[in-house]
Design a protein around this ligand. Sequence first.
Ligand code: ARG
Length: 584
Amino acid sequence: MKSILKTLETRFDRALNAAFGAELVISVPVVGVASNPKFGDYQSNVSLALAKPLGQSPRGIADQILQHLEVDDLCEPPTIAGPGFINLTLKPTFLAEQLQQMQADPRLGIEPIADPQRVIVDFSSPNIAKEMHVGHLRSTIIGDCIARILEFQGNDVLRLNHVGDWGTQFGMLITYLSEVHPAALTTSDALDLGDLVAFYKKAKQRFDEDEDFQVQSRNAVVKLQQGDSEATQAWQLLCDQSRREFEKIYRDLDIELTERGESFYNPFLADVLTDLDKAGLLETDQGAQCVFLEGFTNKQGDPQPLIVQKSDGGFNYATTDLAALRHRITAESAQRLIYITDAGQANHFAQVFQVARRAQWMPETIQVVHMPFGLVQGEDGKKLKTRSGKTIRLRDLLDEAVTRAQTDIETRLAEEDRTESPDFIANAAQVIGLGAVKYADLSQNRTSNYVFSYDKMLALQGNTAPYMLYAYVRVQGISRKGKIDFSQLDDVSLIIAEPSELALAKHLLQMQDILSEVAADLLPNRLCQYLFELSQKFNQFYDQCPVLNAEEPARTSRLVLSDLTARTLKLGLSLLGIEVLERM
Ligand code: ARG
């Protein structure tokens, strides 16, 4: 199905062409969703923008557009309002026809896009031997959602986990490992190191206290870089241990990722330097190899260097990202690259992108974006911490969300005098708890900081996952109560007449525009807002229009509207990475 907005855009373009010629340059959207239902469903302000270039009155321009605008297959006769706005209202018969097509299609009428791309989404990307923290949780949730939407549109998406699995810290970890588990360096048996974060801390302590240990650690790094088998073995062991922990979280959150850590790009690092040199960008500064950046200055106002090889010969985070960028563009043929990290890394990415562009590794046709997000704060507005002031472990945070969801469900069941099996309760708690955490994150404009509150995210009212899940459950309740199999309701004619039916119908038909918008602007909160409004509009409809008790043909028509709402909610939530429940 073609999006209504796109159809109207085409019609306006044609009318503008016919009225003013093809040379006319228009730099504003020709039509958009009306800001207020008072002005109809869609509105065009283009006459106002054209008044100056055409030297005519906006109303006069609007008149001329209307003489050429052909929309009577979908709209009531357009009207001109105020200084020259064109207001459009969709015809109920057109809405009914569209909804019928939507009903017949498993994709709800949303066709794959015409020009799919090869897209790489770089997200989650925790660091080995370090705790996955809430920042990684945000990256994981947002990245997964973006990947899901792009995949649904038909793009070829590669989800990459750029794990921090390389660097000088491994010298220290390997040396410590050889002290406490000497056998680990020679056997390939799995070894449970227990809490790797505690292990890291102890290794660091040894490193800080003992000079011999420091020397050994530096040697270990060199050995690792040379591919020494014992050092590699130890490194592998540390990575495996971390990986097992990360995977548990990904499994719970239903996240798919291809691990391609920093170590993967090792073989390409030397080439980065060679080619930067060839491009004439490489300079030596205090023994380090660097590229001086445009537009970045230090405190003294001098151009700031991006170091690509330290004076000790080591490569760094930026070198690896330059190698990764090249690999993704050449070997992976990416046409669009999206990096999802906290806003604190904005400069890092701006610098890496600048160097890659100046080295001509990044053709203009390739879109490379850093998608930053804000901090997760506690209810006190400060960085999220446990009561005792420690960093919150991701595992504990997710477990607590599920436990709290379970308490809420048990309380509600008791109030409603219902009994459910322990399995039912456990499953519902899992879906609601994890869904609530994801939704709370995605429903915020990602660029701002957000306050993490279990009470708010688990509330049944407001822009929350439970509210949306409940709207879905309500529809399933209608089907159970009326013994209706929604899948049997095909090919029915709809009657869209009541104001709440009209509002719901129009909203249902906007889903594909919302997805295009999110895919372009990378703002998942737009989809959350859409789903929230959809649930509200459904609840209004359900309050105002009897469904099971209505007379035919309204009854079947309303059943279809209810089913379409549920299917749209289910699709939308699945794109956010959230499951639905049939009952709750
Ligand atoms: N490991 C990094 C961190 O924890 C994130 C990596 C993001 N991706 C990248 N290509 N730099 O901060």
